[in-house]
Design a protein around this ligand. Structure first.
Ligand code: AMP
Length: 187
């Protein structure tokens, strides 16, 4: 199917994403998903379309990043009949954790996960709201592999295409990615 036709089919979803220039720092075009989430029809359409892409894959667990990753990861896990794993910022999880440091589009950060969140050999899907440089998703994928899980794919509501090369970065590190919406940015 023609790529422009596919994009046109999803035009209502694209329109629901608010662009906030220079937030949280100068030069970042922040893609605000709250405007999509607070619209019942758009939110359902987005979740259903992501679920459609994954419904034929065998997925045991979905891991998602605090906090916007949960918004898409949890309903997706429910629809796919998969377990849901919460990745959190340091000092938030109550039990024993493992962690991974990563570079973000605007600064450094760390994610943590309970050490028993993934069983060896489980097929795991990494979900986040947005792919920019790929650093967050790579850290999530590495945490999964530290627990001997198999990363099936990294999935996103939005992929920033253009100068950030997140998809290529993940691919270079051995991970496939997929996104429902693609937005070109010049940063
Ligand atoms: P990255 O690790 O560079 O791929 O950044 C992705 C993570 O940072 C996701 O969890 C996003 O929520 C957040 N993020 C990075 N850049 C943006 C942006 N321009 N708009 C909205 N969220 C962003």
């Amino acid at each position: 199917m023609n790529i422009n036709f596919l994009r046109w089919l999803k035009m209502d979803l694209y329109k629901k994403i608010r662009n906030v220039p220079n937030w949280p720092v100068e030069g970042i075009q922040f893609k605000d998903i709250t405007t999509l989430c607070q619209d019942a029809k758009a939110f359902k359409e987005a979740i259903d379309k992501i679920a459609m892409h994954y419904k034929k894959m065998k997925i045991d667990k979905i891991v998602a990043m605090e906090a916007r990753g949960y918004v898409f990861g949890a309903p997706l896990a429910y629809l796919l009949g998969a377990g849901f794993v919460l990745l959190r910022k340091p000092n938030k999880l109550p039990y024993k954790t493992i962690e991974e440091e990563y570079e973000k589009e605007y600064g450094k950060d760390k994610i943590t996960c309970h050490i028993d969140a993934i069983n060896p050999g489980e097929n795991v899907l990494v979900i986040d709201d947005l792919l920019a440089t790929g650093g967050t998703a790579l850290a999530a994928a590495r945490l999964v592999e530290k627990m001997k899980g198999k990363v099936v794919e990294c999935g996103f509501l939005i992929e920033l295409t253009g100068s950030l090369h997140g998809r290529e970065f993940l691919e270079k590190n051995g991970y496939k990615s997929w996104s429902l919406l693609q937005i070109e940015v010049e940063e």
